[in-house]
Structure formats: structure tokens, C-alpha cells
Design a protein around this ligand. Structure first.
Ligand SMILES: Nc1ncnc2c1ncn2[C@@H]1O[C@H](COP(=O)(O)OP(=O)(O)O)[C@@H](O)[C@H]1O
Ligand SMILES: [Mg+2]
Length: 380
């Protein structure tokens, strides 16, 4: 999906001709190691873009495995592909903001306010009622931390979670919501109530569902469950391979596990697919460190460019960092930042004080993060 410099020079395609495989390729530039999940996401985006069938998704994945990254990359896709112009009003909102816990009520207006704000900024001028309604009705709505809105939290009933799930499920079924706002009419701002249909919206809910891992693990490892953990080959930073029996949620997950977790069956039924993200392997973490848009290495590279210093990293150094990050299983790719920081922060403060700088023929300098530097900084 290369965007021509002169976008107008290319005839726009029917969204039906932008196939899931093409959507996948674009999303995969920013989301690494989640190919299976991205296949589902691409199909959902295709469904949403063509507007015939709903493509609502529930993303389940440990912290730092890429849930928000997937949402951000869908937004990037909408922004970059001219044919997706009408889909650009996308919003990411935390589930707990959609309920008023004092009054125990669902607040769709808060959701629509977030969508409206986004729609207005996409439209770029004071919209008419019709323009605003049209943009809002094609919105993609991402609801984060949906797992915190379980009907049971820490073994206790969580009624507000039920309120949220029931409210959201009604919207996902397709509802008309009366929404008060102000719009431009005959050159004047007027108070209006828009009748917003949610039928053409896409809903993507995401959560870490932390207890779900243990819950399914116990079910599976319970003697008599008849299930068996799969053995996989694990590669270490220095290239060795060992075999480990690993529990992977995706291998054993059943939809009923979500009901036991405290999700309302009718709510879960509104999703087209429940998608489980992979925990990130050392190889993927290394790729993320070296290549993802907002990796701490890439950020640091940009920082050093200001000082006319080219930042490089040895392959083994990157592998060692990735290996350490993989050990912090609860934070996923987020661990990269802290670990890389322990190596680079002091050098960013005083590059000349490090002995890692080498002059370049062109007058600038190169700074290479070596395996030795990583081992020293991390005490390996
Ligand atoms: N699969 C992935 N591909 C690329 N980068 C990722 C991936 N997973 C996490 N990251 C990086 O890790 C950080 C946290 O990821 P995020 O998507 O916010 O995690 P979460 O699953 O908790 O929402 C981000 O900086 C992101 O760039
Ligand atoms: Mg997130």
C-alpha cells in the first residue's frame, strides 16, 4: 500500500479492492510478532471499511504485547490510505470512563464525546450536522482495559462491570443514540440533537485479562484435565537452543474461560472474534528494539543525530537486551525501555565521556553499543 506522492494522480479504489492481505502488510510494519492476531485485525478492518458486516474484536494480551500498538497502527492505516478517509474518526478510551460508578450507569455520551472530538479534528472545519453525524457513524471505537470491567473483581461481585458490559453490548448490537451537540447551520452555531446510529461503527476492546492466564493454566495442568503443555525450542542470545514446556494461553483458551472470568456471555457474543496476542519472544523483542517506530533505540538514535553522532548497536548487544526483556514476562516490550535506558542514559548525558565514540570520515562520529557495554551496564 505505497502512497503515491501525488495522491490525486492515482484513481481511488473501491474499499472492496483493498484486500485483508494488503491491510495485513501495512499493519505488520508497525506491529511485530503478532501475525495471527493481525490476520484477524485485517479481516475486521476490511469488514468495517466495506460496511456490510460488523468486525468487532476482543484483543487479549499481556501488558506490552502490542494491544495499543495495534490500535495505533489501525489509525495510521486510516490516515495514510486515502480510500479510508471516511473512517478516520477513531478513538481509544478507557473502559472505566464509560460508567458513572456513583450512579451505576453507563455513559454512552462520554464515548460519543470522544468520537465527536476526533471527528471534528478529522473534518478540519466547523461541521454541519450531516458531516458530523456521517463521520461519527463510521468511527472505530477502541475500549481499553475492558478486563477491569469484569463482573467479578478479586473474588467479589463488581456490579459496575455488568453495567458497562451491558451498555456496551447494546451499542455494539446497533443502537440509535440521541446526542446533543452544537453544529454549524446557516453560518451559525446551533444546539442540535443528532440521532447517531452505532450500526456502522467498529468496536475493538482490549485487556490484559491477567487472572485468565492462571485460571486457564490451572484448568489445563489439573491432573485429569486431559490436556498437555506443548514443548517448544527456545533460543538464547548466544545462539543455544533448549526445549521448554511452555504454557501459551492461545493453545488452550476456550470462550467459556471468559465467562468464568466474569465476562457477560451476551457481551462476548457481540464480538466477531476473540484474539489472543502472543507473548513476545526474544527474537521479536530484538526486532522491536531495532526497528519499531517508537523503540528506545530508535528514539536514542534520533537524539544522538542532534549531536551529529550516529548510533549503532551490535547484533549480540541487541540480543542480550532482548533476552533480559523477555525475562520480565509481565511487561512485554515495555521492558526494553528501562533496560536500554540503563545502558544509554549515562552516554546520552555525556557522550564524550564514554570511550565508545569513533570519528567518521565525513566529520561526524559513530557510537556503537557493544555486547561488552551491555554486560557491564546490566551486570551480566
Ligand atoms: N507487537 C509489537 N510490535 C511492535 N512494538 C510493540 C509490540 N508490542 C509492544 N510494542 C512496543 O512496546 C510498547 C508497549 O506496547 P503497547 O502496545 O502499549 O502494549 P499493551 O499491549 O500493554 O497495550 C510500545 O512502545 C510498543 O511500541
Ligand atoms: Mg495498552
Amino acid at each position: 500500500m505505497t502512497i503515491p506522492h501525488d495522491a490525486a494522480a492515482r484513481a481511488e479504489r473501491d474499499p472492496r479492492d483493498i484486500k485483508p492481505a494488503e491491510i495485513f502488510k501495512e499493519l505488520a510494519k508497525g506491529v511485530l510478532g503478532q501475525e495471527r492476531a493481525l490476520e484477524f485485525v485485517s479481516v475486521s478492518v476490511y469488514k468495517h471499511a466495506t460496511g456490510k458486516v460488523p468486525g468487532n474484536l476482543l484483543l487479549i494480551g499481556n501488558s506490552g504485547t502490542g494491544k495499543t500498538t495495534i490500535m495505533n497502527n489501525i489509525q495510521r492505516l486510516y490516515n495514510e490510505v486515502p480510500e479510508y478517509r471516511d473512517l478516520r474518526a477513531m478513538t481509544i478510551i478507557n473502559a472505566n470512563l464509560l460508567v458513572d460508578s456513583d450512579r451505576m450507569e453507563f455513559r454512552p455520551d462520554r464515548l460519543l464525546q470522544a468520537v465527536e472530538q476526533r471527528a471534528r479534528s478529522v473534518i478540519g472545519h466547523d461541521p454541519t450536522a450531516e458531516e458530523l453525524r456521517a463521520a461519527m457513524e463510521r468511527a472505530t471505537i477502541c475500549v481499553d482495559e475492558i478486563d477491569k470491567m469484569s463482573s467479578v473483581v478479586a473474588g467479589k461481585p463488581n456490579p459496575i462491570g455488568v453495567v458497562l458490559q451491558q451498555g456496551l453490548l447494546t451499542l455494539m448490537e446497533g443502537e440509535n443514540v440521541a446526542y446533543r451537540t452544537h453544529v454549524l447551520e446557516g453560518g451559525e452555531e446551533k444546539q442540535r440533537t443528532l440521532d447517531i446510529s452505532t450500526r456502522g461503527m467498529m468496536f475493538i476492546c482490549g485487556g490484559a485479562f491477567e487472572g485468565l492466564y492462571d485460571q486457564v493454566y490451572y484448568r489445563v495442568t489439573n491432573p485429569g484435565s486431559g490436556e498437555k503443555l506443548k514443548s517448544t525450542a527456545i533460543r538464547t542470545a548466544d545462539g543455544q537452543v533448549r526445549i521448554e514446556a511452555r504454557f501459551t494461553l492461545a493453545d488452550f483458551f476456550r470462550i467459556e474461560d471468559l465467562f468464568a472470568y466474569g465476562m457477560v456471555p451476551q457481551f462476548i457474543a457481540r464480538f466477531d472474534n476473540v484474539v489472543i496476542l502472543n507473548d513476545l519472544t526474544m527474537e521479536v523483542l530484538k526486532e522491536i528494539l531495532l526497528h519499531s517506530y517508537d523503540s528506545p533505540f530508535i528514539r536514542s538514535k534520533k537524539f544522538f543525530e542532534i549531536m551529529n553522532i550516529q548510533l549503532e548497536i551490535e547484533d549480540l548487544a541487541a540480543a542480550l537486551i532482548a533476552e533480559q526483556a523477555e525475562k520480565q514476562t509481565r511487561t512485554g516490550a515495555r521492558a526494553l525501555r528501562g533496560i536500554f535506558g540503563r545502558i544509554i542514559n549515562r552516554i546520552e548525558f555525556d557522550p564524550d565521556g564514554s570511550n565508545a565514540l569513533k570519528p567518521n570520515p565525513d566529520g561526524g562520529r559513530t557510537l556503537t553499543v557493544t555486547a561488552a557495554m551491555v554486560r557491564r551496564a546490566l551486570g551480566l
